[in-house]
Write a protein that binds this ligand. Structure first.
Ligand SMILES: Nc1nc2c(ncn2[C@@H]2O[C@@H]3COP(=O)(O)O[C@H]4[C@@H](O)[C@H](n5cnc6c(=O)[nH]c(N)nc65)O[C@@H]4COP(=O)(O)O[C@H]3[C@H]2O)c(=O)[nH]1
Length: 761
């Protein structure tokens, strides 16, 4: 603070008077008088007169009063402190202030006090004002630092965005969010266009998703933002509603005033645009803002450009890869891809000991057809043919085109060579109906050659060459047929096809019958069971033994309808015997395929259980009169599910017997675990029982074990008295064989049963 000087504390007023004047004693407020000689302005200063001097000497004139007291003075630049000391020492109320001889004024305790108070008031005011401005400044600094922190944060996220080198989900969202914060805008959006010029990405910030949904995507194309995209320019408007291109806001859009829109472009290619509306402080966007937005848009365009390049390279690679592996005309794999798949198929088949079929297909007379309908239509025909081939194949099979009218079909995991013939047959059949090519009705056929890995060759070239020569043979034989490379396979396939064709018709044409062979109780000589044995008397093939067609029926699945028919017929027959007073069990053979059918959603029960229950229901035969014969092989496959089925059958009351016992390699422990009633000793042991001590020992062991396990034993294939005597010795319960009876036709059974009943009664 400045030092206080005397001149700053001068009394006001000091009344100038002449020596000879008399003070106005009666005046209520006596001032301080400065007394002069001759003139109050130019005369010599004589001294000061204070009010108390006048009050003490009421009748004195000013000259007396000045003489009465020594007049002390101070200079105007003296410090107030000095004036105060003087006044205190001399007991004075006031001092004259003289600049040399000249009177400047007077200073009193009062005037000094007032000045000090005034100064203090002033200082107080000043410090208040200062405090106020300090507060404002502090607030300003606080808001700036907040703002700086936010800007720092926004620019950091922006940098993170710009670090991206590829299109990622959060790129646009983080980007627009950071930019909007950086430029302190209320609303921001990025729109990216696809190749067709449609918005492929639209991300926004500053409005709720619900509102965005209602607004829809901000109009682009014609309005303000369209200008940005079409002309590849930026727009910065203080009031966008006044711009001639403004088409107004869509309904529900929050009203906006200032706009900054920049294109996202790179080397003339516009990827989209960014726009921001309304700055938070209400000011329009600045040139700096525009520069920042443009620089962000540029970085974004680099990322988009990079992504586009990567996509183009990917596409190019894809199409190169496609061209290298697929036939351009039909879209089928070409020779290269076929080779690849072939190698995989071979290594798999080698491990799993399966076969791979190769079909070489050549269109018959394609050249003539092509010349007739023209090459374009010829191409269309090849495409249509390829599609029909595809319809005949399963997943995992491969159809390929080698060129021209030559196609290859590869069938991996072939368990039987006949399956290859089946596919070839299916393909030939698929060409029976004509093709409609450019309003031409076109008929074509294939000649197909088949070779099989590993039988005909172990490599692709060898298999193709062999299939090719088989195809020529098929052509020679009159086209529209298939041929295997090896004659033996041809024969097998032909027999197979013939058998399948006939067997399918056999049931409808009543060629299938059941014969029945009795089982005799050795102790009583009574018939206790009749085994149903299937017979096929084919009109074309003659009598086909079950051993020839049952394996085939199993493989083709025909055993399922046949098996159901056998169950139904045998149960109905046994019911007739029961009705005739001869309650004899009937034994029915089951095939493994019947056990291992897939249970579909339509079946509440396993299909085999369905077939058994249907047969029992339809016939009314008591379940105890039905015996089901299964082999050891059936027991050993899918142990759990087989056990479940057998337990249910057992609960129903049906008997279970093990056929051909002793020929399998199964563990004997299953005999305890499964609900079995009867063991049927295979006829191969019975055959030589009288000559071979080993067979005798086996039969003996089986009967002893069966007795321990409380199972009954039937010996099959008994043909002589000697065999029967041995079996009796070995305490076998029942016997079956030509010695007693060959299998009987249905009509022969009742007379046989009656006769046997009469003989044993
Ligand atoms: N050498 C000789 N043979 C005798 C003698 N006694 C009976 N046989 C024959 O031995 C076979 C016994 O039937 P399997 O072991 O169940 O063997 C049956 C059975 O596994 C199967 N089979 C027969 N019918 C059916 C059927 O309806 N369904 C199923 N899944 N398989 C059946 O076909 C096999 C053969 O049946 P078949 O040819 O009828 O042959 C029958 C029968 O005629 C004999 O003293 N000496």
């Amino acid at each position: 603070m400045e030092r206080l000087l005397v001149r700053d504390c001068l009394c006001d007023p000091v009344v100038r008077v002449l020596e000879e004047e008399r003070p106005d004693y009666a005046s209520a407020n006596l001032p301080l008088y400065a007394v002069f000689r001759d003139s109050t302005t130019t005369g010599a200063f004589c001294g000061l007169v204070a009010p108390q001097d006048i009050i003490q000497h009421p009748n004195w004139i000013f000259a007396d009063l000045t003489e009465h007291r020594e007049c002390l003075s101070v200079g105007p630049t003296a410090e107030v402190r000095r004036a105060m000391t003087l006044m205190n020492q001399q007991g004075l109320e006031a001092l004259a202030v003289l600049d040399g001889p000249n009177f400047v004024g007077a200073v009193s305790r009062q005037s000094i006090l007032e000045t000090l108070l005034k100064r203090e008031r002033l200082l107080l005011l000043q410090s208040r004002r200062l405090n106020r401005s300090l507060e404002t400044e502090r607030n300003r600094i606080r808001s700036w630092s907040d703002k700086l922190a936010r800007l720092h944060e926004a620019s950091r996220s922006l940098l993170t965005v710009l670090k991206h080198t590829s299109l990622q989900n959060d790129l646009f969202e983080t980007g627009i969010d950071a930019l909007t914060r950086l430029l302190e805008a209320r609303y921001g959006a990025i729109g990216i266009l696809d190749e067709a010029g449609k918005l492929s990405h639209f991300v926004y910030t500053g409005i709720s998703p619900e509102l965005a949904q209602r607004i829809g995507q901000f109009p682009q194309g014609k309005g303000l933002l369209g200008v940005v995209i079409q002309d590849n320019v930026s727009l910065r408007l203080a009031d966008l509603s006044t711009h001639p291109s403004s088409s107004g806001f869509p309904a529900h859009h929050p009203p906006m005033k200032s706009l900054l829109a920049v294109p996202i472009s790179h080397q003339g290619h516009v990827y989209g645009r960014i726009y921001l509306c309304d700055k938070e402080n209400g000011e329009p966007f600045s040139a700096n803002d525009e520069e920042l937005a443009l620089s962000f848009a540029y970085s974004l365009s680099l990322i988009l450009d990079n992504a586009r390049e990567i996509e183009e390279v990917k596409q190019a690679r894809k199409s190169l890869n496609y061209m290298a592996h697929f036939d351009a005309l039909t879209g089928l794999p070409n020779r290269t891809l076929l080779k690849d798949r072939f190698e995989q198929a071979i290594s798999h088949a080698h491990r799993s000991k399966e076969k791979v079929g190769v079909l070489f297909l050549d269109l018959d007379n394609f050249k003539v057809v092509n010349d007739t309908i023209g090459h374009t239509s010829g191409d269309a025909l090849l495409r249509a043919v390829a599609s029909r081939i595809g319809q005949c194949l399963r997943d995992g099979d491969t159809a390929a085109r080698l060129g021209g009218d030559e196609f290859i079909v590869m069938l991996p995991d072939l368990s039987e060579v006949q399956d290859a013939a089946k596919v070839a047959g299916k393909i030939l059949e698929s060409l029976h109906s004509s093709f409609d090519i450019d309003r031409h009705e076109v008929f074509v056929s294939f000649s197909i050659g088949i070779s099989v890995y590993p039988d005909d060759s172990k490599d692709m070239e060898g298999l193709l060459a062999n299939a090719d020569s088989a195809m020529y043979y098929a052509k020679k034989l009159g086209k529209n047929n298939y041929q295997f490379f090896t004659p033996e396979m041809n024969r097998t396939a032909q027999n197979y096809m013939k058998l399948e064709k006939h067997l399918r018709r056999a049931m409808e044409q009543g060629e299938i019958e059941l014969y029945y062979q009795p089982q005799i109780d050795l102790a009583t000589g009574k018939v206790i069971c009749m085994e149903a044995l299937i017979r096929w008397f084919s009109a074309e093939l003659g009598a086909v033994p079950p051993g020839d067609f049952i394996p085939f029926a199993e493989e083709s699945g025909l055993i399922l309808p046949i098996g159901a028919w056998v169950l139904k017929t045998a149960c109905a027959q046994a019911k007739l015997w029961e009705t005739a007073g001869l309650a004899i069990r009937v034994a029915v053979n089951l095939s493994s395929r019947q056990f291992h059918q897939v249970q579909t959603a339509q079946h509440a029960r396993h299909p085999l259980l369905d077939a058994v229950l249907d047969a029992l229901d339809a016939s009314g035969l008591p379940p105890a009169l039905l015996e089901l014969e299964i082999t050891e092989g059936i027991l050993m496959r899918q142990l759990d599910s087989t056990m479940e089925i057998l337990n249910i059958l057992k609960d129903i009351g049906v008997r279970i017997s093990i056929d051909d016992f002793g020929t399998g390699y199964s563990s004997l422990s299953y005999l305890k675990r499964f609900p079995i009633d009867v063991l049927k000793i295979d006829k191969s042991f019975v055959n030589d029982i009288t000559k071979d001590p080993n067979d005798k020992a086996i039969v003996s062991a089986i009967t002893v074990m069966a007795q321990q396990l409380k199972l009954e034993v039937v010996a099959e294939g008994v043909e002589s008295t000697a065999q029967m005597t041995y079996l009796r010795e070995l305490r076998c319960n029942y016997v079956q064989g030509y010695f007693f009876s060959k299998p009987l036709a249905t009509g022969q059974v009742l007379p046989f049963l009656r006769q046997s009943a009469a003989a044993t009664d």
